[in-house]
Design a protein around this ligand. Structure first.
Ligand code: FAD
Ligand code: NAI
Length: 475
């Protein structure tokens, strides 16, 4: 006997679980299918983000930052720490607890909002009168029928050709989050977001970290002034980078990994490390979904093809999050999930792709929204730029963290804010003001005229806005 719903969501990551909650809030009978298993085989809702992404990485970043503060910075405050040590097993247990709190939180939210949850794999079976039949295989076999289906099956790590992940020596994000002891030498392939965050975690705990990057420059997607500032800080901390490399053979043994590569001068080099993180991007995940059973169209890279509104080629089938085009970010997936649920309910869901913030949770943190100076130049747009260093901010001095700056870019004629780029303490939190301002089409003068609490890091944003008009007060 099949069970009928208004909406079936396949995938319980940030895109899927949020879509399911919003659909249920709007009065639609909603089911969500997710196959992630915890170490006991039970459900672990939240997808990549909660289980092996955003949440555990931030837990380890926090632990390792605390360790680094104790090792390097407590002395400045007159605090002496004798015999500092790190118990990696405890750190990993704490991270697992944080993950479980989030898994359980989503299960609770499903109950609260009356979303019916199925733990197992969801596959398209066939199109039927009035919608689609979706089979669930796993803890219990079920057949669901729904007029509307939301695909939110996420992404998976991309492996280097010839070097499959064994999660012991050659690590994806999953293995990188559960290395059992601090490796003496850690290799990282790819200086993107995961490489920087996970490289920072293990570097802070004592690993000698070398990052190999194929491209000739650092963080090409970021504003280059901000990227340069961050790069200087990472080098000072001891992270090592090689750019313009071509990675060749990767040999994983019982005790280590050797990585053969050609450097930017064409010389053949071999890097010997204890463990290797491969973070060279992610690929859409549709394994087991059986898109062919209903004719769901994928592109040649495996992404589900959608329009601006997340509609697929099939009526009543939508797709959101990492499995579709656009940045692979949890908050982008969530916004799409909400918008799709609202469209299904006959409302006008909306996602503004121009104001999706990016954050890299290293120290200093890097965050931005809108366009970079390089993009504005390439587009031939006339702009004015203002920046303000945290060195001149009282709160940053009190925190003992004065690295970095806030930079604001505004249209030369209208003064509308076009981009804000931050490298420095709590950039992840500070960027929200810029996102709100851009959503409301604020000008730099608007920010400059708003009262910001003193002493606070947010005053650097106000000062950057003042600097657009060359009238910063504290610099
Ligand atoms: P996912 O989170 O991948 O969820 C998809 C879910 O669907 C999974 O549970 C999967 O098992 C399930 N599934 C797949 N196929 C089926 C099926 N056929 N049947 C049933 N279930 C299925 N983003 C940020 O915004 N901020 C961060 O700080 C951040 N940190 C990250 C750190 C790391 C190490 C990584 C790897 C990623 C990070 N991301 C971060 C990216 C973020 O995790 C993803 O953008 C986000 O998880 C995408 O959500 P999603 O719902 O599209 O897919
Ligand atoms: P990424 O796309 O951020 O970076 C991959 C890097 O690897 C690029 O610099 C690329 O040039 C390089 N590269 C690709 N192939 C290579 C090769 N063969 N040899 C050497 N270098 C190579 O991908 P990453 O770090 O794997 O992360 C995947 C995604 O997960 C991110 O793009 C982001 O969407 C998401 N994420 C978001 C986080 C956040 O928001 N804080 C944190 C971590 C991940």
């Amino acid at each position: 006997m099949s069970k009928t719903f208004d909406v079936v969501v396949i995938g319980g990551g940030p895109g899927g679980y949020i879509a399911a909650i919003r659909a249920a809030q709007l009065g639609l009978a909603t089911a969500c299918i997710d196959d992630w298993k915890n170490d006991k085989g039970g459900p672990a809702l939240g997808g990549t983000c909660t289980n092996v992404g955003c949440i555990p990485s931030k837990a380890l970043l926090q632990s390792s930052e605390n360790y680094e503060h104790a090792a390097r910075h407590f002395g400045d405050h007159g605090i002496a720490v004798k015999e500092l040590s790190i118990d990696v097993a405890t750190m990993l247990r704490r991270k697992n607890t944080v993950v479980k709190q989030n898994n359980d939180g989503i299960l609770y939210l499903f109950k609260k909002n009356k979303v019916t949850f199925f733990h197992g794999r969801g596959s398209f079976a066939k199109a039927v009168d009035g919608g689609y039949e979706v089979s669930v295989t796993g803890t219990a076999a079920e057949t669901l029928v729904a007029r509307q289906v939301i695909v939110a099956t996420g992404s998976a790590p991309r492996a280097l050709p010839g070097a499959p992940f064994d999660e012991d020596r050659v690590l994806s994000n999953d293995g990188a989050l559960r290395i059992p002891a601090v490796p003496a030498r850690l290799g990282v392939i790819g200086s993107g977001v995961i490489g920087l965050e996970m490289g920072s975690v293990w570097r802070r705990l004592g690993a000698d970290v070398t990052v190999l990057e194929a491209l000739p420059s650092f963080l090409g997607a970021a504003d280059q002034q901000v990227a340069k500032e961050a790069y200087k800080a990472f080098i000072k901390q001891g992270l090592k980078f090689e750019f313009g490399v071509k990675v060749g053979e990767v040999k994983a043994g019982k005790k280590g990994v050797s990585v053969a590569y050609t450097n930017d001068k064409g010389a053949a080099v071999t890097l010997e490390v204890d463990r290797l993180i491969v973070s060279i991007g992610r690929v859409p995940h549709t394994a087991g979904l059986q898109p062919e059973a209903v004719g769901l169209k994928l592109d040649d890279r495996g992404f589900v093809v959608v329009d601006e509104q997340c509609r697929t080629n099939l009526p009543g089938v939508w797709a959101v999050g990492d499995v579709v085009r656009g940045p692979m970010l949890a908050h982008k997936a969530e916004e799409e999930g909400v918008a799709v649920a609202e469209r299904i309910a006959g409302q006008h869901g909306h996602v503004n792709f121009n104001t999706i913030p990016w954050v890299i949770y290293t120290s200093p943190e890097i965050a931005w929204v809108g366009q970079t100076e390089e993009q504005l130049k390439a587009a031939g747009r006339a702009y004015r730029a203002g920046s303000f260093p945290f060195m001149a901010n009282g709160r940053a001095r009190a925190l003992g963290d004065t690295t970095g700056l806030v930079k604001m870019l505004a249209d030369a004629a209208t003064d509308e804010i076009l981009g804000v780029h931050i490298v420095g303490p709590y950039a992840s939190e500070l960027i929200s003001e810029a996102v709100v301002a851009m959503e409301f089409k604020a000008s730099s003068e608007d920010i400059a005229r708003i009262c910001h609490a003193h002493p606070s890091l947010s005053e650097a944003t106000k000062e950057a806005a003042l600097a657009v008009d060359k009238r910063a007060l504290n610099f």
